[in-house]
Ligand binder design. Structure first.
Ligand code: DDQ
Ligand code: CA
Length: 252
Protein backbone atom coordinates (compact mmCIF):
# COMPACT_ATOMS: atom_id res chain seq x y z
CA UNK A 1 0.00 0.00 0.00
CA UNK A 2 2.75 2.38 1.07
CA UNK A 3 4.75 1.47 -2.04
CA UNK A 4 1.73 2.23 -4.22
CA UNK A 5 1.32 5.68 -2.68
CA UNK A 6 5.03 6.35 -3.26
CA UNK A 7 4.71 5.21 -6.90
CA UNK A 8 1.73 7.51 -7.46
CA UNK A 9 3.61 10.40 -5.86
CA UNK A 10 6.63 9.65 -8.03
CA UNK A 11 4.48 9.61 -11.16
CA UNK A 12 3.00 12.95 -10.18
CA UNK A 13 6.46 14.46 -9.71
CA UNK A 14 7.57 13.13 -13.12
CA UNK A 15 4.36 14.38 -14.78
CA UNK A 16 4.77 17.81 -13.24
CA UNK A 17 8.45 18.05 -14.24
CA UNK A 18 7.62 17.08 -17.82
CA UNK A 19 4.67 19.45 -17.95
CA UNK A 20 6.44 22.45 -16.44
CA UNK A 21 8.55 23.66 -19.39
CA UNK A 22 5.63 23.36 -21.79
CA UNK A 23 3.18 25.37 -19.70
CA UNK A 24 1.46 28.11 -21.66
CA UNK A 25 -1.11 29.50 -19.35
CA UNK A 26 -2.02 32.87 -20.81
CA UNK A 27 -5.44 32.54 -22.36
CA UNK A 28 -6.35 34.30 -25.58
CA UNK A 29 -9.19 34.46 -28.07
CA UNK A 30 -9.24 35.12 -31.79
CA UNK A 31 -10.92 38.43 -32.67
CA UNK A 32 -10.37 38.77 -36.41
CA UNK A 33 -8.37 37.42 -39.36
CA UNK A 34 -6.82 39.69 -41.95
CA UNK A 35 -5.01 38.88 -45.20
CA UNK A 36 -1.20 38.73 -45.08
CA UNK A 37 1.29 38.50 -47.95
CA UNK A 38 2.19 34.79 -48.07
CA UNK A 39 5.45 35.65 -49.88
CA UNK A 40 6.61 37.78 -46.92
CA UNK A 41 9.28 36.02 -44.86
CA UNK A 42 8.30 38.11 -41.84
CA UNK A 43 11.13 39.23 -39.57
CA UNK A 44 9.80 42.45 -38.03
CA UNK A 45 6.32 43.84 -37.28
CA UNK A 46 4.87 46.84 -35.49
CA UNK A 47 1.68 48.92 -35.59
CA UNK A 48 1.61 52.69 -35.73
CA UNK A 49 -1.20 55.18 -36.43
CA UNK A 50 -3.50 52.82 -38.30
CA UNK A 51 -0.92 50.91 -40.34
CA UNK A 52 1.34 47.92 -39.96
CA UNK A 53 5.05 48.15 -40.65
CA UNK A 54 6.71 44.90 -41.62
CA UNK A 55 10.22 43.78 -42.57
CA UNK A 56 11.05 40.65 -44.49
CA UNK A 57 14.18 38.52 -44.70
CA UNK A 58 16.07 36.16 -47.03
CA UNK A 59 18.98 37.40 -49.12
CA UNK A 60 17.79 39.19 -52.25
CA UNK A 61 14.19 39.16 -51.02
CA UNK A 62 14.37 41.48 -48.02
CA UNK A 63 12.39 44.67 -47.66
CA UNK A 64 10.67 47.12 -45.32
CA UNK A 65 7.02 47.79 -46.04
CA UNK A 66 4.07 49.76 -44.80
CA UNK A 67 0.97 47.55 -45.03
CA UNK A 68 -2.78 48.25 -44.83
CA UNK A 69 -4.24 46.19 -42.00
CA UNK A 70 -7.61 45.33 -43.57
CA UNK A 71 -6.41 44.43 -47.07
CA UNK A 72 -2.81 43.35 -46.46
CA UNK A 73 -1.84 45.53 -49.44
CA UNK A 74 1.62 47.11 -49.53
CA UNK A 75 1.31 50.91 -49.29
CA UNK A 76 5.01 51.70 -49.45
CA UNK A 77 8.13 49.60 -49.81
CA UNK A 78 11.92 49.82 -49.64
CA UNK A 79 14.08 46.95 -50.86
CA UNK A 80 17.02 45.85 -48.70
CA UNK A 81 19.70 44.96 -51.23
CA UNK A 82 22.00 41.93 -51.24
CA UNK A 83 23.91 40.72 -49.35
CA UNK A 84 21.75 41.81 -46.43
CA UNK A 85 19.13 39.58 -44.83
CA UNK A 86 16.54 41.90 -43.30
CA UNK A 87 15.60 41.41 -39.66
CA UNK A 88 13.80 43.36 -36.89
CA UNK A 89 12.38 46.87 -37.23
CA UNK A 90 11.12 49.50 -34.80
CA UNK A 91 9.99 53.11 -34.93
CA UNK A 92 11.71 55.86 -32.98
CA UNK A 93 10.42 59.44 -33.37
CA UNK A 94 10.29 60.12 -37.13
CA UNK A 95 12.66 57.26 -37.90
CA UNK A 96 12.58 53.52 -38.50
CA UNK A 97 15.52 51.43 -37.29
CA UNK A 98 16.27 48.06 -38.91
CA UNK A 99 18.64 45.16 -38.33
CA UNK A 100 20.26 42.60 -40.60
CA UNK A 101 20.86 39.00 -39.63
CA UNK A 102 24.58 38.18 -39.92
CA UNK A 103 26.24 41.35 -41.20
CA UNK A 104 26.31 43.33 -37.92
CA UNK A 105 24.79 46.18 -39.91
CA UNK A 106 21.87 48.30 -38.78
CA UNK A 107 20.10 51.00 -40.77
CA UNK A 108 18.10 54.12 -39.93
CA UNK A 109 15.37 55.17 -42.36
CA UNK A 110 12.95 58.09 -42.46
CA UNK A 111 9.62 56.66 -41.26
CA UNK A 112 7.48 58.69 -43.67
CA UNK A 113 9.09 57.53 -46.94
CA UNK A 114 11.85 55.04 -45.95
CA UNK A 115 14.58 57.37 -47.27
CA UNK A 116 17.97 56.15 -45.95
CA UNK A 117 19.39 58.32 -43.14
CA UNK A 118 22.33 56.46 -41.57
CA UNK A 119 23.84 53.14 -40.55
CA UNK A 120 25.29 51.64 -37.37
CA UNK A 121 27.19 48.53 -36.33
CA UNK A 122 26.61 45.95 -33.61
CA UNK A 123 28.30 42.75 -32.43
CA UNK A 124 26.72 39.36 -33.03
CA UNK A 125 23.53 38.67 -34.95
CA UNK A 126 20.50 40.90 -35.42
CA UNK A 127 17.07 39.32 -34.87
CA UNK A 128 14.16 41.25 -33.27
CA UNK A 129 13.60 44.88 -32.28
CA UNK A 130 11.04 46.78 -30.21
CA UNK A 131 11.05 49.81 -27.89
CA UNK A 132 9.73 50.77 -24.44
CA UNK A 133 9.66 54.55 -24.92
CA UNK A 134 13.18 54.91 -23.47
CA UNK A 135 15.25 52.12 -25.03
CA UNK A 136 15.29 50.11 -28.20
CA UNK A 137 15.22 46.44 -27.21
CA UNK A 138 17.03 43.95 -29.44
CA UNK A 139 17.29 40.15 -29.65
CA UNK A 140 20.23 38.39 -31.27
CA UNK A 141 19.30 34.69 -31.34
CA UNK A 142 20.67 33.99 -27.87
CA UNK A 143 18.83 34.26 -24.53
CA UNK A 144 19.93 37.88 -24.14
CA UNK A 145 18.03 41.07 -24.75
CA UNK A 146 20.05 44.25 -25.38
CA UNK A 147 18.82 47.72 -24.47
CA UNK A 148 20.07 50.41 -26.85
CA UNK A 149 20.08 54.19 -26.71
CA UNK A 150 17.50 54.94 -29.45
CA UNK A 151 19.40 57.98 -30.75
CA UNK A 152 23.08 56.90 -30.58
CA UNK A 153 22.17 53.15 -30.92
CA UNK A 154 24.90 52.39 -28.37
CA UNK A 155 24.23 49.49 -25.99
CA UNK A 156 23.15 50.46 -22.46
CA UNK A 157 22.64 47.08 -20.78
CA UNK A 158 21.68 43.45 -21.32
CA UNK A 159 19.48 40.98 -19.55
CA UNK A 160 19.42 37.17 -19.81
CA UNK A 161 15.98 35.65 -20.32
CA UNK A 162 15.19 32.66 -18.12
CA UNK A 163 12.28 30.36 -17.31
CA UNK A 164 12.53 28.45 -14.01
CA UNK A 165 16.23 29.30 -13.93
CA UNK A 166 16.88 27.95 -17.43
CA UNK A 167 18.00 30.18 -20.30
CA UNK A 168 15.47 30.75 -23.07
CA UNK A 169 17.36 31.26 -26.33
CA UNK A 170 16.32 31.82 -29.95
CA UNK A 171 14.38 34.94 -28.90
CA UNK A 172 13.09 36.27 -32.20
CA UNK A 173 10.52 38.97 -33.08
CA UNK A 174 9.72 41.26 -30.13
CA UNK A 175 6.92 43.51 -28.94
CA UNK A 176 6.66 45.74 -25.91
CA UNK A 177 3.20 45.21 -24.38
CA UNK A 178 2.12 46.99 -21.19
CA UNK A 179 5.47 46.84 -19.41
CA UNK A 180 6.43 43.38 -20.71
CA UNK A 181 8.57 42.25 -23.65
CA UNK A 182 6.80 39.59 -25.69
CA UNK A 183 9.05 37.39 -27.82
CA UNK A 184 8.52 34.79 -30.49
CA UNK A 185 10.89 31.85 -30.07
CA UNK A 186 12.35 30.52 -33.33
CA UNK A 187 10.77 27.12 -34.26
CA UNK A 188 8.33 27.39 -31.36
CA UNK A 189 4.68 28.43 -31.31
CA UNK A 190 4.95 29.82 -27.79
CA UNK A 191 5.37 33.52 -27.13
CA UNK A 192 7.37 34.37 -24.00
CA UNK A 193 6.11 37.22 -21.80
CA UNK A 194 9.31 38.63 -20.32
CA UNK A 195 9.88 40.98 -17.38
CA UNK A 196 12.41 43.41 -18.92
CA UNK A 197 13.90 44.29 -15.52
CA UNK A 198 14.97 40.74 -14.62
CA UNK A 199 14.67 38.73 -17.83
CA UNK A 200 12.32 36.29 -16.08
CA UNK A 201 9.59 34.76 -18.24
CA UNK A 202 6.30 35.65 -16.55
CA UNK A 203 4.20 33.29 -18.64
CA UNK A 204 3.78 31.75 -22.08
CA UNK A 205 1.13 32.23 -24.76
CA UNK A 206 0.74 29.23 -27.06
CA UNK A 207 -0.42 30.30 -30.50
CA UNK A 208 -0.14 26.85 -32.14
CA UNK A 209 -3.85 27.04 -33.15
CA UNK A 210 -3.10 30.20 -35.16
CA UNK A 211 -0.32 28.49 -37.11
CA UNK A 212 -2.82 25.73 -37.83
CA UNK A 213 -5.46 28.27 -38.88
CA UNK A 214 -2.91 29.89 -41.20
CA UNK A 215 -2.62 26.50 -42.91
CA UNK A 216 1.17 26.57 -43.32
CA UNK A 217 3.17 23.35 -43.43
CA UNK A 218 6.72 24.43 -44.40
CA UNK A 219 9.05 24.04 -41.41
CA UNK A 220 10.47 27.56 -41.95
CA UNK A 221 6.96 29.08 -41.88
CA UNK A 222 7.25 29.73 -38.17
CA UNK A 223 5.24 32.06 -35.97
CA UNK A 224 7.09 35.38 -36.10
CA UNK A 225 5.55 38.82 -35.79
CA UNK A 226 3.78 40.48 -32.88
CA UNK A 227 2.41 44.02 -33.11
CA UNK A 228 0.59 46.00 -30.43
CA UNK A 229 -1.90 48.79 -31.00
CA UNK A 230 -1.59 50.50 -27.60
CA UNK A 231 -4.43 52.96 -28.22
CA UNK A 232 -7.05 50.28 -28.95
CA UNK A 233 -5.30 47.54 -26.93
CA UNK A 234 -5.14 45.15 -29.88
CA UNK A 235 -2.54 42.40 -30.47
CA UNK A 236 -1.65 41.30 -34.00
CA UNK A 237 0.07 37.99 -34.73
CA UNK A 238 1.51 36.54 -37.92
CA UNK A 239 4.33 34.33 -39.16
CA UNK A 240 6.78 33.79 -41.99
CA UNK A 241 4.85 33.18 -45.21
CA UNK A 242 1.55 33.00 -43.37
CA UNK A 243 -1.37 34.03 -45.62
CA UNK A 244 -3.10 35.46 -42.55
CA UNK A 245 -2.54 38.00 -39.79
CA UNK A 246 -4.64 37.55 -36.67
CA UNK A 247 -5.97 39.96 -34.10
CA UNK A 248 -6.21 38.30 -30.70
CA UNK A 249 -7.41 39.37 -27.27
CA UNK A 250 -5.37 38.20 -24.33
CA UNK A 251 -6.86 37.58 -20.87
CA UNK A 252 -4.84 37.58 -17.67
N1 DDQ B 1 16.22 34.25 -38.15
O1 DDQ B 1 15.18 34.90 -38.54
C1 DDQ B 1 15.80 33.24 -37.20
C2 DDQ B 1 17.13 35.18 -37.52
C3 DDQ B 1 16.92 33.67 -39.30
C4 DDQ B 1 16.07 32.77 -40.09
C5 DDQ B 1 16.85 32.11 -41.20
C6 DDQ B 1 16.02 31.16 -41.96
C7 DDQ B 1 16.68 30.74 -43.20
C8 DDQ B 1 15.79 29.79 -43.93
C9 DDQ B 1 16.20 29.58 -45.33
C10 DDQ B 1 15.05 28.97 -46.07
C11 DDQ B 1 15.31 28.89 -47.52
C12 DDQ B 1 14.04 28.88 -48.29
CA1 CA C 1 6.98 43.50 -33.05
Amino acid sequence: MKRRILAVMGALVVAFTLAAPARADTRWTLVKSHPHDATAFTEGLFYLDGALYESTGLEGRSDIRKVALRTGKILHRRIIERPYFGEGIVNWKDRLVSLTWRHGQGFVWRLSDFAPLSGFRYDGEGWGLTQDGTNLIMSDGTAQLRFLDPDSLAERRRVTVTWNGRMVDRLNELEYVKGEVWANIWYDTRIARIDPATGAVIDWIDIAPLRKAAGVTDSEAVANGIAYDAKADRIFITGKNWPKLFEIRVGQ
